[in-house]
Design a protein around this ligand. Structure first.
Ligand code: CMP
Length: 274
């Protein structure tokens, strides 16, 4: 991997009060292109720490552009406003006339000026005709900033829609909304395995799960049950039981909001689970 310029500063801080009023447009793309962009983001030292939702939003917003062989894509010293992911072809990166590297499909570039609010650190030239996915600074920064705020209000809205949580005070709901993490599962994934230890609690926000419990000895067989949006499971682990008492398996794609035991302080929330 080519060594990047030494940049010690953190990416420029984004101020949520300066939220630009940008409508994010989504561009259709093949599964292969979605994966190419996603992998390019996950390979990048800064982007790989983004939330899944942010990565998917960037993938969604990128649109295709083509540039002819020999053209300059980025000029060193310019103000930069686009981040690129190469879909097809090859580019060369130079700095002060010296070649730094070449890059092929699946590589991201142009992110430094956008992330660090600085001028372009290098020149990027198309060595062949190229196809590129691009996203502009405004969309990129909107995704970076909005997610946290929007996620909070979406979580609040969702929690308020679950009858059991409706009577909880706003401040309790707000703390729970802050602590929720989103987790996605594919068909057949074991979200919880009976007998395993665990200290997380799940609320289903999308999809369905199947709960199965293996009987022991002469116990009656337990029929599998199905849970869906607004239902929860894993609450035993929050009440002090470490060992999972049943398995919970995804039926199709499932998104859960996950709370861990650290939130135990929110007694009001957990007592509402009874
Ligand atoms: P940016 O400074 O926005 O524009 C030029 C891009 O070249 C830069 O972002 C990086 O994405 C890319 N690049 C690749 N290798 C290097 C390097 N060694 N130093 C600086 N930029 C590099």
């Amino acid at each position: 991997r080519t060594k990047r310029l030494a940049i010690s500063a953190e990416p420029a801080a984004l101020d949520p009060t300066q939220l630009p009023n940008v409508t994010l447009t989504s561009y259709t793309k093949s599964k292969a292109s979605q994966e190419l962009i996603q992998n390019a983001l996950l390979e990048n030292d800064f982007m790989k720490h983004l939330e899944v939702g942010q990565i998917l939003a960037i993938v969604d917003c990128m649109h295709l552009t083509t540039i002819s062989q020999g053209c300059c894509v980025i000029k060193e010293g310019d103000d930069g406003s686009l981040v690129y992911v190469l879909e097809e072809g090859k580019v060369e990166v130079t700095k002060e006339g010296h070649k730094l590297c070449t890059m092929g499909p699946g590589k991201i570039f142009g992110e430094l000026a956008v992330l660090y609010n600085c001028t372009r650190a290098a020149t990027v030239t198309a060595l062949t005709d190229i196809k590129l996915w691009t996203i502009n600074r405004q969309c990129f920064q909107t995704i970076m900033m909005r997610t946290g705020l929007i996620r909070h209000s979406q979580h609040m809205e969702f929690l308020r829609s679950v009858p059991s949580f409706q009577s909880l005070p706003e401040d309790v709901l707000s703390k729970v909304a802050d602590a929720l993490e989103e987790a996605r599962y594919a068909d057949g994934d074991y979200i919880i395995r009976q007998g395993a230890t665990g200290d997380t609690f799940f609320i289903i926000s999308e999809g369905q799960v199947k709960v199965t419990k293996e009987k022991s000895g002469d116990e009656e067989p337990v029929l599998p049950s199905t849970l869906s949006r607004g239902n929860w499971f894993g609450e035993q682990a929050l009440k002090g039981e470490d060992v999972r008492t049943a398995s919970v398996i995804a039926v199709g794609d499932v998104t859960c909001l996950v709370v861990d035991r650290e939130l135990e302080a929110e007694a009001a929330f957990f007592s509402s689970l009874s």
